[in-house]
Ligand binder design. Structure first.
Ligand SMILES: [Zn+2]
Length: 171
């Protein structure tokens, strides 16, 4: 009996990207190689073994997704992990679920206790959002633009936008 060793052919694609850390603005230049081998066990979801073309297509997609994703620096990544550990989130549905578990439905809060709505929903909501995304608090113009974008996306009460911004600043 003889041992047979197969050497599978590796297919590689290397991507590079450069940019600024979205948190602190520190510049980076990174390179990463994505790899898969052509082998009988590397299959498509339908069960057929991947061809060279299949693998190249997947690797190219991975390279593009990686290249287009901004990269936080080590310090900012750590800060974000700490905020996550505290339960802070930039995800609106997650934030709502957290508030509603304490105060009940947000629309109800708007009707019965608008000052709580301004503080707990608007001020804290944007506070968590802006901290988790490490938005720059020194740049008030950009921060206000981010607030408007966030406010609109969250479909918060249009009439309370200015009061909400003031509540956030006061918080
Ligand atoms: Zn950074």
């Amino acid at each position: 009996m003889m041992d047979v060793h197969y050497k599978f052919r590796a297919v590689k694609r290397t991507a590079t990207k450069s940019g600024k850390c979205p948190g602190c603005g520190k510049r980076y230049r990174l390179q990463r190689t994505f790899e898969q081998t052509i082998n009988p066990y590397n299959r498509l979801p339908d069960g057929t073994p991947k061809s060279m073309e299949d693998i190249v297509r997947e690797l190219t997609a991975e390279c593009i997704a990686w290249r287009d994703r901004p990269e936080y620096c080590g310090a900012c990544r750590e800060l974000r992990e700490q905020m996550k550990a505290m339960g802070w989130t930039s995800d609106w549905p997650t934030f709502c679920a957290k508030v509603e578990s304490i105060f009940g439905p947000i629309e109800g809060l708007l009707e019965t206790a608008p000052e709580v709505y301004l503080h707990m929903v608007v001020a804290h909501g944007f506070s968590e959002y802006s901290h988790v995304l490490l938005l720059d608090y020194k740049d008030q113009v950009k921060l206000r633009a981010a607030f408007d974008e966030w406010y609109t996306a969250a479909e918060l009460a249009p009439a309370l936008r200015e009061e909400g911004w003031d509540a956030f600043l006061a918080d």
